[in-house]
Design a protein around this ligand. Structure first.
Ligand code: ZN
Length: 501
């Protein structure tokens, strides 16, 4: 290997490891840190963040990158080195295009924004949040102009989360989904065979839930020698190398669903990180390809596996032995129906598989309108409520249950929501390909054999780390571009059966 390529790799390995150390501070903050340490921790994280930014955007790093580009000239397009340098260039350009003053201003406004958002939500007071939100959209608009885009300002923003994807791609995705989803939601609402989910509500002591979720995530393939599960207010997955990938969950002693499915979801993210090739460790190719591809892994395990009839029949005897009293009068089939209940609801994070994407569609449309100035921030609550009524048939009684429900906009995460839907669509498309390659997949799941599926994902998705752009990866793994077809086929077949449509 040429000296310049080696120096480039050493520099990016250091950046990657500093980022992992910063991540560990963040994980600790959300799990075990005493509340009194908040100020000290904020300063530690800010110091590391500044250091990372300075090293990542320094002339020295830029020169190493340029030298590495010269060193790989003529190498095959698909080689790891070429891709590694390309990802580094993408990140470097993005970081250096933004003026330091703007980055600092966004960071400061994010801290303010989150605080005001939390108080405004608590007080159900959109007027309190409006000026902060207006300024955030303004700052984000400025950052999009600095980053540059071809067709739509949204392109510059979604690029941060889903490289290579544009607003037009997202608009096409939702145009494909919207009519079918609205129609399916309405058909389910009129079904003569409603779902009873009382089985999920009862006494489910936290200790037993903890034991059960741990044994389930271990069974599906989450390696607990390179991971662990802790409790946090919001379930998440955090990784500090492929050999230290941690998940969190939360338990509701009166409701079984939350911890079980949140654990499977986070384990899906975690298994993706654990499957990142050892050779990519400390390089720009480690970890997942994008937020959307990441979400495809979590959704696949949570929904395509976890909410399948086969899985429910496998897991139910274990549930029954942990919770014999609460489940005394139920069975696996009732459990399967209960975990697939569809109810148009106000809150995105509680939404079922059918209605979930209508929540993200609404946010995408509003973000575009706010960015282009078609919609004023002061008119946002009305626009929100009108779309909720049109797509889901429900109107939020308060802004806290409506426009104020998500944290994302308060911290500048604009262009983020579509990645949830990309993940949903891709989970079904991957499932279709996996099923074609593994004809006995359902029987395997019914018997608790998850290795074949995980092996397929390892080979076709995880093994590539972030080497390919999401569009390239989808083509490689499934043989076709991402579309809504597999997802709609999956939903239609499943819910036609459950609701006797
Ligand atoms: Zn997720």
């Amino acid at each position: 290997m040429s000296d310049s390529l080696q120096e480039f790799k050493a520099r990016f390995a250091m950046i990657s490891r500093l980022g992992q150390a910063a991540g560990l501070l963040g994980w600790d903050q959300q799990t075990y840190m005493p509340s009194g340490a908040a100020m000290a921790r904020a300063e530690q994280m800010a110091a590391l963040g500044q250091m990372l930014h300075e090293i990542g955007t320094s002339d020295e790093t830029g020169n190493l990158l340029t030298a590495a580009e010269a060193a790989i000239a003529g190498q095959p397009e698909d080689s790891d080195d070429v891709r590694m340098v390309r990802v580094a260039r993408r990140e470097f350009d993005k970081a250096t295009k933004l003026p330091v003053a703007l980055v600092t201003e966004i960071a400061r406004h994010t801290a303010i924004g989150q605080d005001v958002w939390a108080r405004a939500r608590h007080a159900n007071d959109f007027a309190m949040f409006a000026p902060v939100l207006e300024k955030m959209f303004d700052l984000v608009r400025q950052s999009a102009e600095c980053l540059g885009y071809k067709d739509h300002i949204y392109d510059a923003l979604i690029e941060n989360f889903e490289p290579g994807t544009t607003a037009a791609d997202v608009a096409t995705m939702f145009a494909e989904l919207k009519p079918d989803l609205v129609a399916l939601t309405q058909a389910i609402a009129q079904s003569k065979r409603p779902v009873d989910d009382r089985v999920l509500h009862g006494d489910f002591p936290t200790e037993q839930q903890k034991a059960l979720t741990l044994s389930v995530v271990a069974a599906i393939g989450y390696d607990l020698t390179r991971g662990r599960q802790d409790i946090a207010e919001h379930p998440f997955c955090a990784n500090f190398s492929r050999d230290d990938v941690r998940i969190t969950t939360r338990f509701d002693p009166k409701f079984l669903n939350q911890a079980l499915y949140a654990s499977m979801h986070e384990a899906g993210h975690a298994m993706y990180e654990q499957g990142s090739p050892a050779a990519y460790e400390g390089t720009t190719l480690s970890g997942g390809a994008s937020l959307g591809v990441h979400e495809s892994q979590s959704r696949l395990w949570e929904n395509l596996v976890g909410r399948s009839r086969a899985f429910c029949h496998w897991v139910y005897p274990q549930l029954k032995s942990q919770f014999p009293d609460a489940l005394a009068h139920s069975d696996a089939e009732a459990f399967y129906r209960a975990v697939n209940k569809v109810t148009p609801s106000l809150i995105r994070v509680e939404a079922d598989e059918v209605t979930y994407n209508l929540h993200t569609l609404l946010r995408f449309e509003l973000e575009c309108d706010l960015l282009t100035g078609t919609l004023a921030v002061t008119d946002l609550p009305d626009a929100w409520n009108a779309r909720m009524e049109a797509y889901l048939g429900v109107t939020p009684p308060t802004n806290a249950d409506g426009v104020l429900q998500d944290v994302h906009w308060s911290c500048g995460l604009i262009g983020y929501f579509p990645t949830y839907s990309i993940g949903n669509l891709l989970s079904a498309q991957l499932w279709e390909s996996a099923t074609a390659a593994l004809p006995s997949l359902n029987t395997q799941i019914e018997h608790g054999e998850f290795d074949p599926l995980l092996g397929w994902l390892r080979t076709n998705v995880h093994a590539y780390g972030s080497k390919y752009l999401p569009k390239e990866l989808v083509l490689k793994a499934t043989g076709k571009p991402l579309s809504a077809r597999a997802y709609m086929d999956y939903l239609t077949a499943k819910y036609t059966d459950i609701y006797s449509l």
